[in-house]
Design a protein around this ligand. Sequence first.
Ligand SMILES: Nc1ncnc2c1ncn2[C@@H]1O[C@H](COP(=O)(O)OP(=O)(O)O)[C@@H](O)[C@H]1O
Ligand SMILES: [Mg+2]
Length: 429
Amino acid sequence: MTPNLTLAPDTLSTAHPSKDTLSVSSRDVGATAAAEILQVKNLSKIFGPKPERAVEMMRQGIGRNEIFEVTGNMVAVDDVSLSVRAGEIFVVMGLSGSGKSTLVRLLNRLIEPTSGSVILDGRDIAPMSTVELREVRRKKMAMVFQSFALLPNRTVLDNIAYGLEVSGQKKAQRYDTARAALQRVGLGSYEKLLPSELSGGMQQRVGLARALAVNPAVLLMDEAFSALDPLIRFEMQNELLRLQKEEQRTIVFISHDIEEAIKIGGRIGIMKDGRLIQVGTPAELIQTPADEYVRDFFRNVDVSRFLKASSLMQKPSKGVISCDTGTSASRYLTEMIDASVDCAYVCDEDGRFVGCVTLERLHKAGDRSVRDALHPDLHAVQTEADLHELASVALNREYDVPVVDGDGKFAGVVSCRTILKQVLERRAA
Ligand SMILES: Nc1ncnc2c1ncn2[C@@H]1O[C@H](COP(=O)(O)OP(=O)(O)O)[C@@H](O)[C@H]1O
Ligand SMILES: [Mg+2]
């Protein structure tokens, strides 16, 4: 009989499961191959008198500061390519002046690009006429501004209905839509007030409602919450997440605040000096930052909750027993000794994790079944378990921590060493 101690790859679920994470929350949409609704290819924007000279210097790899000194041209966005997937919140994050606002305005051609292209829903927006573009801005890419940008002499309801009016909706219909949008952001009873009669947070809710009313293919939000007081800002972030849970919209969200970015972003694109340095989920950016600039953003942020068992686990090369748990325990004793493992992970014939066995317990069980030898305390954690949970589990055991997916299938192990290393690294950061 062939020993079953070596891991059969098909008993493992994937290290980045997509099936179970998809249903968890919108954050995980990034893990699936959702349709790309917006594609940006080699997009650049140079402000100033003679962009040709600046383009030439860019090609030579000269930095934006030197280009500015020599030519007076500012390279605001520098060869950015990215795709936004349907239903995700894509956060563009970077320090002030890194080109975020320019980038988001290039997406709907509020700013004309120097080069590169933007494809929305399969259509290049570059050749579009002014009329077509206006349609795109009104219906496909509504924008929420930091400054709210409400019409001061119109009521809250009229502010929302206005956008629908210019896009040609009939009166009764646009007021219905506007009211529904106001309800959605919790301002149902404020429709008759003027913007000036509302607090900043409420005005931004109106701004959000106005954009939602259009039901755009992509919602653009440029530092939409940055001008708000911290508490209100926190509320608005939650509000956005709540709305996103109700109905998954595609959102490009600009922020200079890493806490905000990791809270709401499924994926984050980090910009520096006009360039897109790195795109990834919060966990990916935290674990493998492209450079010091990216790493620096995460200093002083408690990132433990983003470090999940799914990204820390490894597939053990040995020490996995796939068997009928009724089999005699002693059968696996020599196999474990030969493989020099003192703890093995037992899976049933369907790949489901049933427990751990140690040499000692197998020995004691003798001719009884593997099931009788299972260790009573060595439980598995879910792929979604974060570093906090892993550390508290590891604290009480000397063996690596098994991980199971949503179906209870054995997914891998996180070594105590990895957990300790991560905890120490977080402290050092
Ligand atoms: N209309 C403009 N003319 C000239 N330079 C501009 C213009 N708009 C932005 N810039 C410059 O481009 C760079 C990027 O600006 P911006 O996109 O507003 O950055 P962010 O939104 O990340 O703060 C900055 O150096 C800014 O001064
Ligand atoms: Mg800006």
